[in-house]
Structures are given as C-alpha cells and as structure tokens.
Design a protein. Structure first.
Length: 472
C-alpha cells in the first residue's frame, strides 16, 4: 500500500498542458489503477494532503476523486477515507480481460462527440448501475429469455406507469405503455398505424430536427406550425398528428400556458386529430416540481405521451416509451408486431432493476441538484465572458440554454458552434431548427455535462477564439 501511495507524489501535472489539471490527475490515477500500480482496496491520500504535496488546489483533487468515484474506480468508506475499488468498471466491460490490456480513450475525446442537451454523464452511478444489471441477469428465467411482448417487459412498464403517475400526473395503467427506442421510432409507428391518407404530421417550427426525418420517412405530408412565446400556435384548416413539447418547447424552452393547451385539446377533439406530447427533459426543472402534463388534462383520450431515458440514463441507452390511449392500442400494437416484433430485453431488465431499487429516483434528484448548480454557474460565467456578444434566453429547466447575438457582425451560428466545440462546449446552431419560418441565428449551449472546475476555462477559450476571429 505504501508503494502505491508513494507513486501519487510523482504525477507529472502541467498547468500549460492540453488538458486541465483535474483531467490530468484523473487520467493518471485511473491509468495507475488499470495498470495495477495502485492495487485494489488501497487507501488514497486525503484531498488536502495530495493537493499540498502536488502544489495544486484542493478542489482540483476533490473533483478528480469525485469523477473517479462516479466512474467506479474509487469508492469512499465512511470514517475511513477513499479507496481504490476491488473491481474496476473496465473489468465488467471487457469479458474477463485484465484491466491493463484495456485501451481507453482520453477523457478529452468526448469533445469530438459534444451535444447541446447532454446530462451530467460524469455523475452517472456506473458501479451502482452495474450492480443492479448483474443482479437482474443472475435472476433471469428461461421464460424471460423467450420475451415476446411487443409492448415491452411488463414489470418495467409497471415501474414507468407508477413513476409517471407520481411525477407527471399521467393518467395511465401499465397496459397503455409501449417501450420504443426513442420518440423518432415512436412517431413513425404512430403515424403509420393511426393516420389516414388525408392527415398530416404537424411539427413545431422551429422544432427538433430529428423528428423531421422520421416524419418524412412515414410518407405523410408535413405541416410546419409556427410557435410564439406560448409554444405551438393553433393549427388551422389541417388535421392529423400534432407533435408538441408543452412543458419545454424545443429549442426555445417556452412553457405552454393552460389556455393554449386547452385550445389545442379543443382542436384535437373537433378535428378528430391526435397530439403527441414530447416530454424530452421535463425531469430537469430547477424551480418547483415538474409541470403537469397535457395528457393529464386530456385524461388520455386524444393525447399520446412520449418520453425517453436518453437524458436520465445515457444517450446510447436508446430506450423510450409511449403512453397510448386505450382505444388506440390495438392498431398501434398490430403495426409494431409487423415491423419490430418486440423490443430487446437486455436494457429493459437493467432499467427495471434500477427503478425497482429506488436508485433511479435518487439519481434524478441528484442530477436535478447538480444541473441546477451548473446552469446557474454557466449563466454567471457566460455573462462575464460573452455577455457583450450574446444574450441568454431565460430558462428554469432543461439541459441547454439559447444564446442569441446582439450583432449580425458575428456571422453565422454554424461557425460559432464549431468554435464552442473547440473549447469543449456542446453547442448546436439555432438556425438548423427552422424549416418554413424565417431562420434566426443563435446557439443551443449545453451546460449540464461540463464539470464545475472546467467551466470558466472553457468559456474563456470560447470567448477568446470568437473575438479573435471576428475582431469584435
């Protein structure tokens, strides 16, 4: 144990390096654990002691330790300190290969896959998730391995129904919930199974560009519906399937007031149309509890509710759900059987075990607190470094903020986003969200997945590069 701790004093940390001191310390501790230099169950120095010996700030060590704990390399033991784990995450992922044979990408490679709506992946409870995944598979039965329910694994659907009833005032039973890979697949299934030849798919403009491709693939005409500060406006002389995000309009983040919701519901009843309520990140509201759903107002008759776990678990999880009105289940189910048979079981079992244990609810509460803190810090530091160039639209939730320029001299938003990516900030051009209405330039900026200690450095780099390029 003494030799392992001694090695910690010889880290080579450079303030002028390509990566932050936190990233350097994180990577070097992780590499020593993977190489076996730091053995399992070894106690590490306290953050204060290590910071003093390395001549760096204590917070740098604290944040590096916290990330390694979140990733499953370290663990804290009450009253004892911080220890290397007896089994590291890479051993779970590499089918028995020794840890030192793993070829792991640098943390900075995440900057090549930046998104504007990413949750705090550095806070995902990898070790806990692995624990419940393994537990679920140790108990798997032969009957489960023959899973053939096109609606999805019913215990998970029960978990989801209970969660939605409590958190979003959704009126449903588990029989109404269909597991899908995401809302894009859900939109395709709904349009092909429920719409008639004279119907249209009605999309908010501006809106989420990912839904456009799904709507186009369905073969139905697309009606681009303008929005105002209340969200989707009232469709006129058209009918079909309206896709709207009333709790937090994408991209602007507007919340649809009760009066507008009532107008849209009245339109749906009068025209015998349907509404697909896209609730893509409603869990993350930082003032007050999550808003009630439109589906709850409707009682589940003309509104289909759609949600995803891509924000609350991780993007590659690819699992979402639809809450389908009872009288529409049969046609949707028949179409699902024809194209997809039934959703895969692996992720469903893992998520069921995670939700059943109560860890999912704890994870959401933790993320809400962390995201709220990071949003506040992002607004303060963005205003400090870039507030003379861009205005941030107000927002009380979500995973991104919208920045709009004060001057057209700055150019196009596609270039601003490239410069943001170079500074390791997730960004997407606002202009790509428009289709029929006049395009506006701006940025959707992700804040939730930026560790606190890195935020100001990244914003300063972004500010310097955009000023250098535009001479503003």
């Amino acid at each position: 144990m003494k030799n392992s701790i001694a090695d910690l004093w010889h880290f080579s940390l450079s303030p002028a390096g390509q990566h932050t001191l936190q990233e350097q310390l994180h990577d070097q501790i992780r590499d020593q654990i993977l190489s076996g230099t730091i053995k399992p169950n070894v106690k590490l120095p306290s953050s204060r002691m290590l910071a003093s010996r390395l001549g760096i700030g204590r917070n740098t060590v604290v944040y590096a330790y916290e990330q390694l704990i979140a990733e499953g390399y370290l663990e804290t033991r009450k009253g004892a300190g911080t220890f290397s784990c007896h089994k590291v995450p890479d051993e779970f992922l590499n089918a028995g290969e020794p840890a030192h044979s793993s070829s792991l990408p640098s943390r900075n490679t995440a900057s090549t896959n930046l998104h504007s709506g990413m949750a705090a992946l550095d806070q995902f409870p990898y070790e806990i998730w692995t624990k419940y995944t393994n537990k679920a598979w140790r108990k798997v039965t032969k009957q489960q391995l023959h899973h053939d329910d096109p609606m999805g694994y019913y215990p998970l659907r029960q978990n989801i129904a209970e969660y939605l009833q409590a958190s979003r005032n959704i009126k449903c039973s588990y029989e109404q919930i269909m597991i899908v890979s995401g809302l894009q697949q859900g939109l395709f299934i709904l349009s092909k199974s429920l719409l008639h030849s004279e119907d249209q798919i009605i999309l908010e403009d501006p809106g989420y560009y990912g839904l456009v491709a799904s709507a186009q693939a369905s073969g139905f005409p697309i009606h681009n519906l303008p929005i105002d500060i209340s969200g989707a406006t009232l469709p006129k002389q058209t009918k079909g399937l309206l896709v709207t995000s009333p709790s937090r309009q994408y991209p602007y983040g507007y919340t649809m007031p009760h009066g507008r919701r009532a107008e849209l519901l009245k339109w749906a009843y009068e025209t015998k149309s349907l509404i697909l309520e896209d609730d893509y990140d409603s869990e993350f509201r930082y003032s007050g509890r999550p808003l009630n759903s439109m589906q709850g107002l409707d009682g589940g008759k003309r509104v289909i509710y759609g949600g995803t776990f891509s924000k609350t678990i991780f993007p590659a999880f690819r699992l979402g759900y639809l809450v389908i009105p009872k009288h529409l289940i049969d046609p949707v189910l028949n179409f699902r059987k024809a194209i997809d048979s039934y959703p895969g079981l692996v992720n469903q079992l893992s998520l069921h075990a995670f939700m059943e244990s109560g860890e999912f609810a704890r994870h959401i509460r933790k993320l809400r607190k962390i995201h709220g803190r990071r949003q506040k810090a992002f607004i303060e530091l963005f205003t400090k470094h870039l507030g003379d160039l861009f205005a941030l639209l107000p927002s009380d939730g979500g995973l991104h903020l919208v920045a709009t320029p004060y001057s057209t001299v700055l150019g196009k938003d596609t270039r601003w986003c490239e410069l943001a990516h170079n500074a390791a900030i997730g960004a997407a051009p606002l202009s790509q969200c428009f289709r029929a209405t006049s395009k506006k330039h701006g940025m959707l900026l992700g804040f939730a997945d930026i560790p606190d200690i890195d935020l100001e450095e990244r914003l300063k780099k972004f500010s310097n590069t955009i000023r250098s390029e535009t001479d503003y």
